[in-house]
Design a protein around this ligand. Structure first.
Ligand code: G4P
Length: 526
């Protein structure tokens, strides 16, 4: 066990964050560059390599290889400049946003990657809103400046107009695309050269007025004058660098660069590590806070993933440690059941490998091998005080299918697969009141496809899915339920906890129901 001072030191080195972006903005590329700095991978695989099979370390699922998208989140841990970094990867595709939202509950800050040519795209906007809601610091990397991009001033304005966050440009591109000369680093008072003639001198220091030395040929270049004009404009009309606003998520430091050519990434990472917060307090359901340096251990399960390694059909519960220290073999209380359990089978994630973790502290993510004890959102803790962390966000599904096993003789693997994938939160499961048929609910179609694929590949169960299309899901109080309320315009089902809900054909059907049963309250969430 660590002394309080050792615990404090360890927790203060932790930086736990997620990268949020729209697909294709460059999240995988920048993650790889960071892993490279951390020395955990030796070669940055480009996405081209990823497509040819040497895919990014975080994309381990077969389906991801096939589709080239990140379906589930994973965790990568590495050390850099005295900090221990936990990057939580998130699926980019919007159909998996629920998974991403849960992951964002487990981080202390976020890195937002934006494609410089495209600006803010829909998925970035959605994920940003979650981070904003949590009030966590957000650091922005505007990528792909090795190609023609939009005007930097435009991009900055877009951050403020579309996302409503103040921004501070930490650096400023000198040209762009083929004409990218370098980055004017306002923060470190230097110019980083895109193509240094002498590799050992990639930076030119700036004088107190922000000028490069008079003998530098760039000084006479019109592109340099343009840059100085823009930087002047930022100095005069832009926001000030304000650490407290960064900490509360009101202001985002913005870095321009190119992940692919590894230009600007290292400065970004180093500055980020300086200003990103160490683990902070977490709220409980009854509005109390749990401090990371508390002597008692606590954490919550934000993700469950079955079959991460096809060679060992295992299931892992990912736990964000919120306070204290984890020691392998320790006994904790599982809040939902009130039962004590021993945590002896634990793992941590070092980029491409997993190894048994003996100790970990607040801020870290550990994986617990799970035999079905855990559910998403579970809190675990030591000590006498009951701890139940805030609920994780849940989406109300909008798309539904009826599902059955193709081969009726293979019910066992069908049920096992459904059970496990539902516990992971991959899809939602309902059963009809009338016949007990299984109905799956999802936010997006791709979730069903992944479900079908995984049922076959991981559980050897071929499933048939009959699309039911879009429905409006509304829960009702069981005391008000009369099965006769079900009609041809809705399906009466139970959720996994046995709570009744109607799946209405459309808004009209819901309104019709409301006018027929004005006293029955319909709820979009439980
Ligand atoms: P994602 O994880 O956010 O989805 O993005 P990813 O890193 O996979 O990058 C998407 C594409 O953008 C990749 O091209 C990648 O090489 C490219 N890319 C990433 N960062 C940069 C950058 O800084 N500059 C440029 N020019 N490209 C960048 P791809 O899928 O291989 O497509 P293609 O280039 O082969 O057509």
């Amino acid at each position: 066990m660590k002394t309080p001072e050792q615990l404090k030191q360890a927790v203060n080195t932790r930086r736990t964050f997620a990268i949020i972006s729209h697909p294709d903005a460059g999240k995988t590329t920048i993650t790889e560059q960071m892993l490279l700095f951390g020395g955990v991978v030796r070669e940055a695989g480009t996405v081209k390599a990823k497509k040819s099979g040497n895919f990014a370390k975080s994309d381990w699922m077969e389906i991801e290889k096939k589709r080239g998208i990140s379906v589930t989140s994973s965790v990568m841990q590495f050390d850099y400049q005295g900090k221990r970094i936990n990057i939580l990867d998130t699926p980019g595709h919007e159909d998996f946003s629920e998974d991403t939202y849960r992951t964002l509950m487990a981080v202390d800050s976020a890195v937002m990657v934006i494609d410089g040519a495209k600006g803010i795209e829909p998925q970035t906007k959605k994920l940003f809103q979650i981070c904003k809601m949590r009030g966590i610091p957000i650091f922005t990397f505007i990528n792909k400046f090795d190609r023609d991009a939009r005007e930097p001033l435009d991009l900055m304005a877009e951050l403020e107009d579309v996302l409503g966050i103040q921004s501070y440009a930490m650096n400023w591109p000198i040209g762009m695309g083929r004409g990218l000369v370098g980055l004017y680093d306002r923060f470190n008072k230097r110019v980083a050269l895109a193509h240094p003639t002498d590799d050992s001198q990639p930076y030119i220091p700036l004088d107190a007025d922000g000028q490069i030395p008079a003998d530098n040929p760039l000084r006479e270049d019109s592109i340099w004058q343009d840059t100085l004009d823009e930087v002047d404009l930022l100095d005069e009309a832009g926001n000030d660098f304000d650490e407290s606003k960064i900490a509360s998520g009101q202001l985002t430091p913005v870095f321009f660069g190119s992940a692919l050519t590894n230009f600007g990434v290292q400065t970004f990472l180093e500055t980020y590590l300086n200003y990103a917060p160490a683990p902070s307090a977490h709220k409980t359901e009854n509005d109390e806070t749990v401090e990371p340096l508390s002597a008692d251990f606590s954490g919550f399960v934000f993700k469950i993933q079955a079959n991460m390694n096809p060679n060992h059909r295992d299931r892992i519960a990912f736990v964000r440690i919120c306070s204290g220290e984890f020691d392998r073999g320790m006994d904790v209380t599982l809040e939902r059941t009130g039962k004590s359990m021993r945590l002896s089978n634990s793992t941590q994630f070092m980029a491409d490998s997993r190894e048994t973790v003996e100790t970990a502290v607040a801020g870290d993510i550990i994986g617990l091998y799970d035999t079905g004890n855990f559910q998403i959102g579970d809190s675990i803790y030591t000590g006498k005080q009951d701890i139940k962390f805030e609920k994780l966000p849940q989406f109300t599904p909008e798309l539904f299918v009826r599902v059955m096993a193709k081969n009726v003789m293979k019910q066992k693997s069908f049920h096992k697969g459904i059970d496990q994938l539902v516990q992971e939160g991959a899809v939602q499961l309902y059963s009809t009141y009338s016949t007990g048929d299984y109905i799956l609910g999802a936010v997006g179609q791709l979730q069903f496809e992944v479900f079908q694929f995984r049922m076959l590949n991981e559980y050897n169960s071929e499933v048939v899915m009959e699309p039911l299309g879009h429905k409006v899901a509304r829960w009702i109080n069981p005391d008000q339920l009369d099965e006769h309320m079900s009609s041809s315009r809705n399906i009466l089902v139970k959720d996994r906890a046995g709570a009744p809900l109607f799946l209405f054909e459309n808004q009209f059907a819901e309104n019709w129901f409301k006018s027929k049963y004005p006293d029955v309250e319909l709820m979009s969430k439980l």
